[in-house]
Design a binder for this molecule. Structure first.
Ligand code: 3UK
Length: 542
């Protein structure tokens, strides 16, 4: 197989050279693989023209593209809206190609249209999550040096507080200078900006459970490459699919799963905000959704209520963002009959790169590399290790890490491999098993303990709704295995129950791994992308 590391980039279609100037040095890029014919893209292309204009040209104009809480848009209607937005950006606001546009909103059709409009205009979309506060938004706006902001009317306060010296246009808003009023003045089609396949179109900030957020830069070709990998080969999405789920569009898990993947095949994406496990189940039934994307804890909570809803339309459920415990896989399968599709993705690689579906699923394993990607396990010195040895997960494929002006590029990419920061193990058949984050391995009295294994054991207990196991600094043992447990309703935390849980764990896994401390909690701290914030548990006062 050929590793293609581009010694040069093709001529940019951008007037503003910010993105090219702030890409990491070529020598620090990962290798890129384009062996598969479906990953051969033309040197010049705009990914939104490929996703949207081509769909309408193919005769899909009347098909439903997006379903929101208040409106539905057919492909032709979405295209018309995207074109109007592109006109506003380039003509009314006078933005140049290559300018960065921060987009802020909850999941809804207008948020999606804004992201697509920015990219079709040849600008670079910087999507941000609704829960971010002024300080976090400021860090992103500064780092990406944004030239304009598109913000949902209901979320504008935090942006106004920043007092950025760039145009701010609100959308989903009746104001006379809002995006909708401006769009009404532009009826003509917008010819997609003539960009290079390797021009940056998206800067996605990592959800960052720790540290300063990193901006990951993605090309037009990367956006298509994720559509032509996981959904094509593992999910096997088709035109009659209806995608639904919880991840925000500003998280690449949601951007791919709820917007890009459906558009690539002429399918529909349901975009509704603030879904709970219960309302997601209701929405699946209401929209006859076929494919669901959400995090493991959501599936675990949904499993207990699934019986009350008509989920007969659902054919695939994708779990990502965190490790999928076998107990959760089993509960979901028992409730719905569906074999969960686990998949590991990362903002740096844009979407899922290891996964398996259907008969290829092996419980406990994330899966095998998605066609187009390669993976292996490396030891501390960077040498590949064989089956049964825990080491650092290393990946390469059509997408890979390019941080926006960030020294941490050298940590994530070594010898052409993307190092995700996960400790994994491979079996003799090439399946990959998640063990922990490399920096989360608990070392207690000389033993290496993967928190996920202890969590797995606890989750099999009927009183446990959710749990998180961390290593807390301990003078005697170095680290102490500490479990934070959320109980199912009807159970009350007590010393007796804690002891019962400890015995329960000892009955399933090597006794030295049992949680010496158990703390009962109302809820666990999570990011907006659904990830557990383990560092908060490790450091909080007890
Ligand atoms: C962890 C998993 C075990 C793992 C993401 C799908 O999560 C996404 O991106 P992030 O940048 O985080 C990446 C890290 O999250 N992780 C994700 N999926 C799994 N661990 N099993 C899994 N199935 O530590 C990884 O390094 O927030 C997920 C698609 C797009 C994404 N950006």
């Amino acid at each position: 197989m050929n590793d293609v590391t581009f010694a040069t980039l093709s001529p940019s279609g951008h007037t503003d050279g910010f993105a090219r100037a702030n890409l990491p040095p070529l020598a620090t890029w990962p290798a890129f693989l384009f062996d598969l014919p479906e990953l051969h893209y033309p040197a010049r292309m705009n990914c939104v023209a490929e996703l949207l204009d081509s769909a309408v040209k193919r005769g899909w104009g009347g098909r439903t593209a997006l379903i929101g809480a208040r409106e539905q848009l057919a492909y032709a209607e979405l295209l018309a809206r995207v074109d109007r937005i592109a006109h506003v950006l380039r003509h009314d606001l006078g933005l140049a190609t290559g300018n960065r546009v921060l987009v802020r909103g909850a999941n809804c059709p207008s948020m999606a249209a804004c992201i697509l409009g920015v990219i079709k205009a040849g600008c670079i979309a910087v999507p941000t999550m609704p829960l971010l506060r002024a300080r976090e938004l400021k860090a992103i706006a500064d780092k990406a040096n944004v030239n304009a902001v598109l913000c949902a009317g209901s979320l504008v306060e935090e942006v106004e507080a920043l007092d950025l010296p760039v145009p701010l246009v609100v959308f989903d808003d009746p104001a006379p200078d809002a995006l909708e009023a401006r769009m009404a003045r532009h009826g003509e089609p917008f010819a997609a900006a003539d960009t290079a396949a390797d021009d940056v179109c998206l800067i996605s900030f990592t959800s960052g459970t720790t540290g300063i957020p990193k901006g990951t830069m993605h090309f037009h070709r990367d956006v298509l490459a994720i559509c032509d990998s996981f959904p094509r080969h593992i999910l096997r999405s088709q035109a009659d699919d209806v995608f639904i789920g919880t991840p925000p569009l500003a998280f690449t898990f949601g951007l791919g799963g709820l917007l890009l993947f459906p558009l690539r095949v002429g399918a529909a994406g349901v975009l509704v905000e603030r879904l709970s496990p219960e309302t997601l189940l209701a929405a699946i039934a209401e929209h006859r959704a076929t494919v669901c994307f959400t995090a493991p804890t959501f599936y675990r909570q949904m499993a207990t209520q699934a019986g009350r809803f008509d989920l007969s339309s659902l054919r695939a459920s994708v779990s990502a963002g965190e490790a999928l415990p076998v107990a959760t896989r089993e509960a979901w399968q028992a409730a719905t009959g569906l074999a969960m599709i686990d998949g590991i993705g990362a903002t740096e690689l844009l979407h899922i790169f290891i996964s398996s579906a259907g008969d290829d699923v092996r419980p406990g394993a994330t899966g095998k590399p998605v066609p187009g990607y390669q993976a292996c396990i490396l030891d501390a010195e960077g040498r590949p290790v064989g089956p049964g040895v825990i080491g650092r997960l290393a990946v390469k494929g059509p997408t890979g890490c390019r941080y926006l002006a960030d020294e941490r590029q050298r940590n994530y990419v070594q010898d052409g491999w993307n190092l995700t920061g996960d400790a994994y193990e491979m079996d003799a058949d090439g399946y990959f098993y998640y063990r922990s984050r490399t920096d989360d391995m608990i070392i207690s009295a000389g033993y290496n303990i993967a928190g996920a294994e202890v969590e797995e054991a606890l989750l099999h207990h009927p009183a446990v709704a959710e749990c998180a196991v961390v290593g807390r600094a301990d003078p005697e043992r170095g680290q102490l295995v500490e479990a934070h447990v959320v109980l199912r309703s009807g159970h009350i935390g007590s010393e007796a129950l804690a002891q019962q849980l400890q015995e329960f764990v000892k009955g399933q896994i090597a006794p030295y791994k049992y949680p010496r401390a158990i703390l009962f909690k109302e809820q666990l701290p999570r990011t907006e992308t659904g990830k557990l914030q383990r560092f908060k548990l490790r450091t909080e006062a007890v």
